[in-house]
Ligand binder design. Sequence first.
Ligand SMILES: Cc1ncc(COP(=O)(O)O)c(C=O)c1O
Length: 439
Amino acid sequence: MRTGIVHIGAEELTYEIRNIIGVADKLRELGVPVYLENIGDPVSKGEKIPAWMKEIVARLVMENDCYGYCPTQGLLETREFLVALNNGNGNGHCRITLEDIIFFNGLGDAITKVYGFLRRTARVITPSPTYTTHSSSEAAHAGLPPVCYPLDPHNHWFPDIDELRRRVKYNPAVAGILLINPDNPTGAVYPESLLREIVNIAREFDLFIIADEIYQNLVFNGRKTQPLAALVGDVPAISMKGISKELPWPGSRCGWIEVYNARRDSQFESYIQSILNAKMVEVCSTTLPQKALPRILQHPEYPAHLENRRLRYEKFSQIAYDRLKDIPGVLVNRTNGAFYMSVAFEEGCLNKQQTLSISNRSVREMVKELTAAADINPDKRFVYYLLASTGICVVPLTSFSTNLQGFRLTLLEPDEKRFRGMIDTLGQGIEDYISSCHP
Ligand SMILES: Cc1ncc(COP(=O)(O)O)c(C=O)c1O
């Protein structure tokens, strides 16, 4: 090319959660039955959408105006519903207006715009490990690797608050803090005290907060947390919400942001305006799911539907925890929210001689080739062997913006017998791999 055409952040855009499917597909062609545990899509894992929900959508499909554009910020009636939902939540809750909501084509769209329209030199410190759409988009906007704070597998995967404070203090480029609660990929649910500490750091250093709360109503095992709106006080913040996980309806591509204290800081106000302008240039987001949203959330069967899903994830979180927690060499925390579990290997537990038995010769050759690179991450090597040997497709933890070795699985399999079988095979796979060649 006459002039460089590659964006400075291009190398930061990776999404191993979907990349690994390419490998799984090849193994399938070679006859390995594959058990996908990589993507957080309850529908593709077999979750049945209730008939009443489909009926709501079916009725809307017959309405003409569902086929038109909607206002850039989102349908007025839906924003009115969400404002009332937020403002009806008690005294301490940060109040919002219709202007404080912007709809997007899924939170994926919101995430790329929220980082994409931040000044290039301003950084948002992201958790590590974290959901890569955040860390990759943030890093791509800056053209530099992500700026991170650690989540601690020895302490329920909670953020190391002292370290967060230190990293904020000594990096003046940090303008914002990202938190994800409940968390992907760890399944952690943050107690109120911890959220307050993060808000205090933001207030002290004059930062804004981005809180990804897409899993806010998927909390179980008796855990309690608070939405950011309840604690944010006067700190400028963006809460991200959506229907992909909760209804679940990821194919709707529908999510939104709620902005707190938008007018307390002129720079923050202009930044939010630029995000809205970016959406306006694009016209608007999907109309039909916005129409459906209040009807679904207000349906008399909705609370029971949600509760049943929570109870199932709760049960499966315990099955997974009980099977994996005593395996020597791994750090396991029970999932208390969302539907992911991250298992970390203790330092030095993995090496490049370990293997799992693979009966099919072509598969064995393929895995040898895939794992031949000298610089392959040890957890990615484990994940390939596990996939080839057992068909279970998990995601290496190092692909979630961390140096910690491990992997993420989901609790989404709806069939308990199959889930128990998968977790048993997984547990056995970890044990066999570690013991195949002791470090
Ligand atoms: C924490 C988090 N935020 C956002 C998203 C993206 O959601 P959406 O389907 O609305 O793009 C996901 C999807 O896995 C997620 O885990």
